[in-house]
Structure formats: C-alpha cells, structure tokens
Design a protein around this ligand. Structure first.
Ligand code: PGA
Length: 262
C-alpha cells in the first residue's frame, strides 16, 4: 500500500487565535476549489493550544487535520498549567507532536517522558508524531544513527497509529539545508528500525523530514523513497508558501503518478 504524502504545519508559539483562524478559513476556501486534493495528500495544522478548537470548527468539513504541539499523559487532574492528551483531543486535535527538539532542549523532555507521551497520545486516540534527530555535535561525532535509534527505542510493542519525523536539530529554523540523500539515508534507517520492530505494520508508518523545509527544497526530500512528507515550521506560517508546499507534496503522491499503462 503506497503511503500518502503528509504535510504538517508546526506553528510553534506563533499566531494569535484570530490569525490562526483567518489562515484556516483562507486555506479551506482555496481547498474548496481544488477538487480531489484529499486523495493526493494529508494536511495537518498544529496551532497553539488556544486555537485548537477554533481550527477544528473551521476545518472539520475540509478534511484538513488539526494537531496539538504537545500534551501530557492522562485525562484530567490537579496539574496547574498542564494540558492533557485527552483535553487536546476534546479540543479537536486528532494528531499530536511528541518529543520535538524544542521540547527536549527547552523543557528538558527525556526519552522516557517522550515514550510515555507517545503511548498516552495513542491511548487518547491521537496519532503521535514522534520527532527524532541529532544535534550538530552528535552529527560531527558520527553519532547520528545511534541517536536516532535510541530515540526510536521509546516505541512500544505495537505501532498503533504513528508518524515519525526525522528532524536534524541543526537544520531546524536555521535555513541550513540538509542534504536530501543523507536525509533519505537516515529516513531509510528509521524505516528499517520500524520494520525490524513491527514487520509489515512498521512499513505503513509514515516517515517525515523536517528542518528548514521550503518550496525550493521540499521536492528533493520527497524524492527520497523513505520520505513520506514534511514537518514544516517557518515556511508554514505564510499561507502562500504553505500552499506551494501542498501543491508540491500533491505532485509527489503515488496516485498523481500512476505507472504507465495503469
Ligand atoms: P523549521 O521548523 O521548518 O522552521 O525549520 C521545523 C520544525 O521545528 O518542526
């Protein structure tokens, strides 16, 4: 079964609720005029938590998914300031980023915490997007593969619904472009690790690339057989640029390029 391209916008701590809603309304309007887009790719927006419900309301009929950027395990409780996987799901999220490098670095999230979040997201009915990737230091020490394997080790006995995003930390928000073939190599390593763990079910998990993706670079990453889409920060904030990314991802869809004779 071919894996459908997946384009995820990570808005980080950007956009007010009205700004987020206006973006979603305009995206919905444009998609209304693009018949069949949803057979070619999946699109998910991850706004700040206060905008989840509003985006869910605006986008529900369009097929565009809404994702949270984080969530803690559990449902409800005496945990001032925390937001559970259950509550983000009830606010309209169907997806949740887990273990983004900014969470690891700025909020001290360990592999153990991240593993618990992946399991909690799945238990809450969300599709976790597990982010993995090496820092610049780890890369120059030749530790990329070992770091990525270690970060994948948090996964459990069943794949459940899951996406993995390979995001080399040094390429995030820096404009530094990772080499597509090297990204393809690490994505293939992720794939091998998933199929080693789960067999054919691991082959169905989508593996994304993230890190300074732009309309100029997306095609090169999607051309790698093990890369099924992208997790996009900066370039997802402006609708025109995000729209270009969606068009490029749609062109990479297996069904957009039927084998000759089909
Ligand atoms: P960037 O962010 O596209 O701005 O590098 C990607 C991410 O952090 O997921």
């Amino acid at each position: 079964v071919p894996r459908r391209p997946l384009l995820i916008a990570n808005w980080k701590m950007y956009k007010t609720v009205p700004e987020s809603t206006a973006f979603a309304r305009e995206l919905a309007r444009r998609l209304d005029e693009w018949t069949g887009w949803d057979e070619l790719l999946d699109v998910v927006l991850c706004p700040t938590a206060p905008a989840l419900w509003s985006l869910h309301r605006v986008l529900a009929r369009t097929g565009v998914g809404v994702g949270a950027q984080d969530g803690v395990p559990g449902t409800e409780g005496a945990m001032t300031g925390a937001l559970s996987m259950y509550l983000v799901r009830e606010a309209g999220a169907a997806w949740c980023l887990v273990g983004h490098s900014e969470r690891r670095r700025l909020f001290g999230e360990t592999d153990a915490v991240i593993g618990a979040k992946v399991a909690a997201a799945q238990a809450a009915g969300l599709c976790p997007v597990l982010c993995v990737g090496e820092t610049a230091e780890e890369r120059s020490a030749g530790a990329t593969d070992a770091v990525v394997r270690r970060q994948l080790d948090v996964l459990g006995d069943e794949p459940g619904s899951l996406v993995v995003a390979y995001e080399p930390v040094w390429a995030i928000g820096t404009g530094l472009t990772a080499d597509p073939e090297e990204v393809g190599r690490v994505a293939a390593l992720v794939r091998t690790s998933l199929t080693g763990r789960w067999g054919t079910a691991g082959g169905a998990v989508r593996v994304l690339y993230g890190g300074s993706v732009s309309a100029a670079t997306l095609g090169g990453f999607l051309a790698q057989p093990s890369v099924d889409g992208a997790l996009v920060g900066g370039a997802s904030l402006r609708l025109d640029e995000f729209w270009r990314l969606a068009r490029i991802a749609a062109e990479a869809a297996p069904s957009a390029n039927p084998p000759s004779g089909a």
